[in-house]
Ligand binder design. Structure first.
Ligand code: PLP
Length: 385
């Protein structure tokens, strides 16, 4: 019992709220995508303590499964408690020291986010830039490395704002040649697009749970190579972000199992199941499924007379950018699909705002049945706009 009789914030605002009920949606936007039903079941399991021996065993399984999904042997591979942006910030916070030269290859919205973050950690940030909808050639990357001689080259593999997949072969070798680390955003590629962290010479990478892994948002997979670990270990000062400092986090995720923060245990149940499903399907099968369904979507849209933004060889199988036809109100069409058909598609960001729709087919959602649904809805509804 409280002795206080007056509550400054009244209960009146809350007491009529009913039990939560969430509308069913088909999430064909840039993410989140629909979670796999088995992943949702795992999420709803009763929590255990974050130092419970069962949970500690599960943590190791999540790490092993993540190494498979990323094709890496990196010891320090773990899901950050937070969304993709937290893992993104972790790569920067742990690798950048004040005054370090960081070169960001910007070809869309998330490249700009990397620029912003690296600047906040007091890097000397330089950029090379490409028109939204295009990718960098090896020659352009090499010219940037020669010109700026950075300590870190940061770039986005799968640019969700444009639907471009950056060809990666050879970039890691260039980074070794010019003695810099390679930092890669794999938020919209992990699980859905060919990705070989070790073979490609990627030193720092991050991703998310809510796209190709068919899991809800809430975790940000993170990995760091021995080369980048060496840079971390020779820092002059502490990592300027306590929560994301992997040397501290490794005391929990590594053999010591010392408390760092209260892990979101249910999210880790969920990602463990999501990654298990991916390994059961097999990476190559998953990549092929995403590509086959994307190709079906591209062909179907083009048959309807709809133009795609990205040239075919650079198209991202997980996310397709579609030019809004002249005279059509893109936002109104997207709202119509959501409100009347329970289908979410994305609208444009940054340079492509108002010009494109973004259609995601990621993880559990990448099926031929879903492609048919999208094509049917475009065929029947678009002429009304
Ligand atoms: C390429 C890319 N990088 C980073 C992010 C940030 O991830 P999150 O929104 O999970 O924080 C996103 C989100 O969509 C993304 O598409």
């Amino acid at each position: 019992m409280t002795s206080q009789t007056f509550f400054p914030v009244s209960q009146d605002h809350c007491k009529d709220f009913g039990k939560i009920s969430v509308p069913k949606r088909l999430l064909f936007g840039p993410g989140p995508s629909n979670a796999h039903p088995d992943v949702l079941k795992a999420l709803a399991l009763p929590p255990v303590g974050h130092l419970d021996p069962f949970y500690v065993g599960l943590m190791s399984e999540v790490q092993e499964l993540l190494r498979y999904a990323w094709q890496t042997d990196n010891r320090l591979t773990l899901p950050m408690s937070g969304t993709g942006s937290a893992a993104m910030e972790a790569t920067i916070a742990n690798s950048v020291e004040p005054g370090d030269k960081v070169l960001v290859a910007v070809k869309g919205y998330f490249g700009h986010r990397l620029v912003d973050m690296a600047g906040r950690y007091k890097a000397e940030v330089q950029t090379i830039d490409k028109k939204w909808g295009e990718a960098f050639t090896l020659d352009e990357i090499e010219a940037g490395l020669i010109k700026f001689r950075p300590a870190i080259l940061a770039m986005v593999h799968a640019e969700t704002s444009t639907g471009v997949c950056q060809p990666m072969k050879g970039i890691g070798d260039l980074c070794k040649k010019y003695d810099c680390l390679l930092l890669l955003d794999t938020v919209t590629s992990l699980g859905g697009v060919e990705l070989f962290i070790d073979e490609w010479g990627v030193d720092l990478a991050y991703s998310c749970s809510q796209k190709g892994l068919s899991c809800p948002p809430g975790l940000g997979p993170f990995t760091i190579s021995p080369r980048a670990e060496a840079k971390l270990n020779s820092r002059n000062g502490k990592v300027p972000n306590w929560y994301l400092d992997v040397s501290l986090l490794n005391k929990y995720w590594g053999s010591d199992r010392v408390y760092h923060h209260t892990a979101p245990v249910n999210m880790n149940f969920a990602i463990r199941e999501a990654l298990r499903l991916l390994s059961e399907e097999g990476l190559e099968n998953s990549w092929n499924r995403h590509l086959d369904n994307a190709q079906m979507l591209w062909e179907g849209l083009e048959n309807l007379g709809i133009e795609l933004v990205v040239d075919k060889p650079l198209r991202l199988p997980t996310l397709t950018t579609v030019l809004i036809p002249n005279g059509v109100d893109g936002k109104a069409f997207a709202s119509h699909l959501l409100n009347n058909h329970a289908i979410e598609i994305g609208v444009g960001l940054g340079d492509l705002a108002g010009k494109v729709w973004r259609i995601g087919l990621m993880g559990y959602n990448s099926t031929s049945k879903n492609v048919d649904k999208i094509l049917n809805i475009f065929e029947t509804e678009l002429p009304k706009f």
